[in-house]
Design a protein around this ligand. Structure first.
Ligand code: C5P
Length: 242
């Protein structure tokens, strides 16, 4: 199946995280996201179950794809994975782990540049599930914030377009990495929504005001009895705040 066109001019501010193995439901959520002008984020759960064919199948035409597979391997393998992902699915954004090191980051960036439709390479810094004790267990004695800044700057110095970060890290990373480095932020909850397992949540308007470039919002849309109405309500909340 040919890639559906994704005009470069169409840059969605919000990506709806669809973490499910129910194909029809994923498709419904993707249509809901597209109806609100949002992109779609698919990650390991959906991709591992279905692969590129179903990624393409559920993505409404023109809807930007954020493919969140967090590549982390030797540079040659990561370059190959970026090439394959770009050719098969034409994502607007792809993730890698900054902890893979400078050569791995550069390999991902070079592979992205060579793609017909260049994806943005976004790095994951320290997973937000890790606390200081977890970092120490893997030999990192630096405090978590310094480690996040170190990895973000490493990603930037080696050509990555931006990082995934928690809302609470936006101000610190904007300062450390400047205005052009993309900050993509999950853990976002519209006014009045349940936080779920996210510990430090922020509203979409707050995150944009602090300097986020793109937001990732999942369950407030996908757990809703009417995903399209919820996505449109978030879009309206953002327009109202603009
Ligand atoms: O449902 P919710 O809005 O919490 O979805 C957030 C999405 O962002 C999920 O796909 C989750 O895996 C991802 N994510 C996150 N926190 C991070 C990194 C990614 O919630 N630190």
């Amino acid at each position: 199946m040919p890639l559906k066109p994704q005009p470069a001019s169409r840059i969605a501010p919000v990506f709806c995280a669809i973490d499910t193995t129910e194909l029809a439901f994923a498709s419904r959520c993707a249509r809901a996201a597209a109806a609100a002008g949002f992109g779609v984020k698919l990650g390991k759960e959906f991709f591992t179950a279905f692969g590129p064919t179903e990624v393409r199948a559920i993505l409404p035409t023109g809807t930007p794809l954020f493919l969140d597979l967090k590549f982390h391997d030797i540079p040659n393998t990561v370059a190959g994975a970026v090439r394959s992902a770009a050719a098969a699915m034409g994502p607007m954004m792809l993730t890698i782990h900054a902890a893979g090191g400078p050569a791995m980051i550069r390999a991902a960036v070079e592979a992205a540049k060579a793609a017909r439709q260049k994806p943005m390479i976004l790095a994951v810094t320290a997973l937000t599930s890790l606390d200081a004790a977890d970092l120490k267990a893997v030999g990192i004695t630096e405090d978590v914030s310094s480690w996040v800044i170190r990895l973000a700057k490493l990603a930037q110095d080696n050509g990555a377009d931006g990082v995934i970060c928690a809302a609470t890290e936006i101000a610190m990373l904007r300062k450390a990495c400047g205005p052009d480095f993309k900050l993509v932020v999950p853990g976002i909850r519209p006014k009045g929504a349940a936080a779920g397992d996210q510990k430090r949540v922020m509203t979409p308007a707050e995150a944009f005001a602090l300097g986020a470039d793109h937001l990732v919002i999942g369950r407030p849309i996908t757990d809703s009895p009417d995903p399209e109405a919820s996505a449109r309500a978030i879009a309206r909340e953002l327009e109202g705040a603009a």
